[in-house]
Design a protein around this ligand. Structure first.
Ligand code: DOR
Ligand code: ZN
Length: 346
């Protein structure tokens, strides 16, 4: 049995750090485990300009303790119906924007300014394709007549498949995949496409939402799916395919915003992210593929260098606390009250 594993320093290819006091509270958890992270732009107001992204990047660096922390935030531009392709190209050329994020309008938290019709994005998509900049997609249809558990699979068929045909060179990351349909599409497409996978979609299924009562801390979007989908996503993650890589979608909300009559979507998994993923690879007998998933596939897809340095995890009993953070900024972490099974040794 492997009792200790050392891998190249990993990256988180999908992360919500928020702003203000919450940013200060949560960012150090990600900086502790990851060298870089793709930072989601769904602030209020969203990050839609180069100036806003530069300023947010500075606030993130301050929150982790400055450049000495060795953490690089990779910024994204929130697409709207009115995004100017020239702003994207300039932001990319200036090293501010690493990617663009497509939220279908009203698909999830702070997506009200998202895209109402992907056909409005022609100029932006042509630009991304031309300059080789990735499009990151929240892949769910927003049609209320579609069952919430089917919204990702319907998006793959209705929107993603035509998009790959119309823009054959467009680099796409389908974010936080949750279904067998998404895993199959990404595996098989004759297209430069990849997918991020969260710890929660590898570890729990939709039963967790109703386990002895309503469980707001298991609620995220895309919502957890049935067991067959979890198994398909797990298989993709541990397959060794370079198209699948780590993206936590860590999305903190204060306890009161989760435990509410209308609880927010989002699971805060940053504090024990690597432990959670490693537990999956261990259970699947795929520890030898963990480094590719955590530290190599994402960087290669984005065309970025692999990180220097390593991190080590040791098999040990470590209890995940019920709460992380102080007072108003207290958040319930993923796996609260359970044994993470591994200790992050730095
Ligand atoms: O669960 C989620 N939370 N899914 C998202 O897409 C957004 C995120 C958030 O920002 O809270
Ligand atoms: Zn997200």
């Amino acid at each position: 049995m492997t009792d200790s594993i050392t891998i190249r320093r990993p990256d988180d290819w999908h992360l919500h750090l928020r702003d203000g006091a919450m940013l200060d509270a949560v960012a150090p958890h990600s900086a502790r485990q990851f060298a870089r992270a793709i930072i989601m732009p769904n602030l209020t107001p969203p990050v839609t300009t180069i100036a806003a992204a530069r300023a947010y990047r500075e606030r993130i660096l301050a929150a982790v303790g400055g450049p000495e922390a060795g953490f690089t935030p990779l910024m994204t531009c929130y697409l709207t119906d009115g995004t100017d392709p020239a702003e994207i190209a300039r932001g990319h050329a200036e090293g501010v924007f690493t990617a663009c994020k497509l939220y279908p309008a009203h698909a999830t938290t702070n997506s009200a300014h998202g895209v109402t019709d992907i056909r409005a994005l022609t100029g932006v998509l042509e630009t991304l394709q031309r300059i080789g900049m990735p499009l990151l997609i929240h892949g769910e249809v927003t049609d209320k007549s579609i069952d919430i558990f089917d919204r990702e699979a319907v998006f793959v068929e209705r929107t993603l498949a035509p998009l790959t045909r119309d823009y054959p060179g467009l680099k796409i990351v389908l974010e936080h995949i949750t279904t067998a349909e998404a895993a199959a599409f990404v595996t098989e497409a004759d297209h430069p496409i990849a997918a991020t996978i969260t710890p929660q979609h590898l570890l729990i299924n939709r039963n967790a939402l109703f386990d002895g009562g309503l469980r707001p801390h298991a609620y995220c979007l895309p919502v957890l799916k049935r067991e067959t989908h979890r198994l398909a996503v797990r298989k993709a993650a541990v397959s060794g395919s370079p198209r699948f890589f780590l993206g936590t979608d860590s999305a903190p909300h204060v306890v009161g915003a989760k435990e509410s009559g209308c609880g927010c979507a989002g699971i805060f998994n940053a504090p024990f992210a690597l432990e959670a993923y490693l537990g999956v690879f261990d259970a699947e007998g795929a520890i030898d593929r963990f480094e590719g998933f955590a530290s190599e596939h994402g960087a290669r897809f984005y065309g970025l260098p692999l990180n220097e340095g390593t991190v080590t995890l040791v098999r040990e009993s470590v209890m995940v606390p019920e709460r992380v953070g102080e007072g108003d900024m207290s958040v319930v972490p993923f796996l609260a009250g359970t044994d993470a099974g591994w200790r992050f040794a730095g």
